[in-house]
Unconditional design. Structure first.
Length: 629
């Protein structure tokens, strides 16, 4: 077993695909970590916006989060319908493209790509950031820790969807059970104390007075910030094909688990934050503590439960990137099927995983983490914008779906309301975060759409050029002219010439430079011309090319093009002799010129020039004390 197989697992046959599909329960860690982890920062995002309004603003957190949960339920109902109507997956891209047109579909796809890449970078950096905050000694290693965690998640996903579900099941269960336990304990304390629980660890005091008054714009901004808790819920509709049969039923069941757990967590955190007097703190302040960790300390203290809960939160924040690794490759596969991405994205690797999608996502996220040193706070606005743009287009697409089927009633109303609410949220986030980096989306999203379009035009152009209805031509044609670049008389040269003689008229081409010792000319008569005359066979022609500027490739390329022009009725074949070694170092020591030659000929645009490789396998016994073959 090779090292790669030990790392990624043995190759899986296509017949084993069904065993690699996941159950609804396993769909929670595979496709729901992004959504569930948002409970750790969604309510806090809304409370942070309300900081400027003091205690009056913090009192609104419960109704605001109830509004978020209401919108969450609308989106939940919509995506249940999307899963049933479009079981092939693709989520917003498929719905928008089918019902709103190609442009809307590509816009949704660009939003999904942005959302998934940002989710990986932000999730990993947030988790590692919390880790280095708890262990400051690790702060200098922040970028390296981000990349290491990214590599681990990528390798787990390259092993297959089922393996990632098994690997991330334990931290997911621990996170959910601990938070639910804290919420239940906190609610019991509120009930037993008549609504006035005594915190075990008192939270930091809130603002004494409001810096600004409450306004409709402030409340809308807080609501839109709290809506970041909904990012990731579309992943299930993108990954319907990951579930075992019946896939639609199991996908909808997994979505129900995820949304139900998220709704309970959001409601519980908002309720207890108000009851225990937990307020947000300025993220830039040295005394900053997250709302969730402050709430856990208020309910349970800072003992073992607190330590394990914080560890579970950190783990889920870090692993929330797994949702993107499950979702983006499948969206990329659909784009590739429609010729909007390279076709390699539609091919599954040895472990039945869309390898190109996983690797591309890893590289893009790594680039973000390296450029920003593992601190991606400036890119957080892009995170929400990509998600809500996809939400809005999906809802509008479902409205078009019901209108196309001429169905009226509650489903159409829900989707129309969801489209309006998510659209307004998108505009608010874009307006409030525009100067903080959200303007970049006006470049990234259209840029992705243009890239999709350019890829599609290329494939259409190629298809139009190579498509033919003409039958195979059996008219006899003259033998091709075979050009063999020759540097010296060696076993490699001899093999190449023997093979070339079977194809057509052979011309051995040798470029003369100042280092040339004319050894080939001296031996040609003895090794080629003489044996050819003795056997009565035509001898290959030796062509000598002068190179006054000591160039090897340019004279040879000029000769090939001249032969092609002089013989318009004949095919030109260039046989390139190469040394092939069993080690990577052998490729570095040989074939540099032959590789450049093949590239120049292959991309030269000459349709009548065929480039072929004649390899000579080197013996690996050299230098090991054994005789060569």
């Amino acid at each position: 077993m090779t090292l790669m197989q030990r790392l990624l697992g043995r190759p899986l046959a296509t017949a084993e695909e069904q065993r690699q599909r996941i159950s609804p329960w396993m769909g929670v860690p595979v496709l729901g970590l992004d959504a569930l982890s948002s409970a750790a920062y969604g309510p806090e995002a809304a409370m942070t916006v309300l900081l400027v309004a003091g205690t009056a603003g913090q009192a609104l957190i419960t109704p605001i989060m109830l509004g978020v949960i209401a919108l969450l339920l609308v989106l939940y109902a919509s995506y249940r319908q999307t899963i049933r109507a479009y079981p092939q997956g693709g989520g917003s891209y498929t719905v928008a493209r089918t019902n709103l047109g190609v442009n809307a579909g590509l816009l949704a796809a660009a939003a999904l790509v942005l959302d998934y890449v940002m989710n990986v970078a932000v999730g990993i950096s947030a988790g590692v950031g919390a880790l280095v905050s708890a262990l400051p000694v690790l702060l200098p290693l922040r970028p390296e820790l981000c990349l290491l965690l990214l590599l681990v998640i990528a390798v787990v996903n390259l092993r297959g969807v089922r393996d990632s579900g098994v690997a991330f099941m334990l931290p997911t269960v621990l996170f959910v059970l601990l938070l639910l336990g804290v919420i239940v304990a906190g609610v019991l304390q509120v009930v037993l104390t008549g609504g006035h629980p005594v915190p075990v660890v008192a939270p930091q005091a809130g603002a004494a007075s409001a810096a600004v008054g409450l306004s409709a714009w402030l409340i809308v901004r807080a609501f839109s910030a709290g809506c970041t808790a909904m990012t990731g819920i579309e992943a299930v509709s993108n990954g319907v094909g990951s579930f075992r049969a019946p896939a639609v039923r199991n996908a909808r069941l997994a979505l129900t688990f995820i949304v139900g757990l998220l709704g309970v967590l959001l409601a519980g955190i908002a309720f207890l934050a108000r009851a225990y007097g937990v307020t947000a703190t300025d993220p830039a302040s040295p005394e900053y503590r997250s709302v969730l960790t402050t709430l856990i300390a208020a309910v349970t203290g800072t003992g073992p439960v607190y330590a394990v809960s914080v560890a579970a939160i950190l783990a889920v924040l870090c692993l929330s990137a797994n949702t993107s690794f499950a979702g983006l490759p499948r969206v990329a596969k659909l784009l590739a099927d429609d010729d909007y991405l390279p076709h390699g994205f539609a091919s599954r690797g040895p472990r039945l995983v869309y390898t190109w999608g996983v690797v591309s996502l890893t590289l893009l996220a790594a680039l973000l983490l390296v450029v920003f040193g593992g601190v991606t706070d400036r890119l957080v606005p892009l995170f929400a914008i990509g998600a809500f743009l996809a939400f809005t287009l999906s809802q509008l697409g479902m409205v078009g779906h019901w209108r196309r089927l001429r169905q009226r009633g509650l489903p159409l109303v829900l989707n129309a309301f969801g489209a309006a609410a998510s659209g307004v949220t998108l505009l608010v986030v874009l307006a409030s975060k525009f100067t903080e980096g959200a303007w970049v989306t006006l470049l990234i999203v259209p840029g992705l759409v243009l890239a999709f379009r350019a890829t599609h035009r290329h494939y259409r152009h190629v298809q139009a050029e190579i498509t033919t209805e003409h039958p195979l031509d059996f008219t006899p044609r003259p033998a091709p002219i075979v050009i063999v670049p020759v540097q010296a008389w060696t076993t490699v040269t001899r093999k190449a010439l023997r093979f070339a003689r079977q194809l057509g008229d052979v011309r051995a081409v040798h470029v003369l430079t100042e280092q040339d010792g004319h050894d080939l000319q001296d031996r040609w008569a003895a090794c080629v011309t003489g044996p050819a005359a003795a056997s009565g066979a035509p001898a290959p022609t030796l062509v000598l090319l002068e190179s006054p500027y000591r160039q090897l490739l340019e004279p040879l390329l000029d000769y090939v093009h001249a032969v092609e022009q002089d013989c318009p009725d004949r095919q030109v074949v260039v046989l390139v002799p190469e040394l092939v070694g069993p080690r990577l170092t052998h490729s570095l020591l040989h074939n540099a010129r032959s590789a450049v030659l093949k590239a120049r000929l292959s991309f030269g645009g000459d349709r009548r020039v065929v480039v072929m490789q004649v390899p000579w396998s080197l013996d690996d016994t050299q230098g090991r004390g054994r005789a060569p073959r």
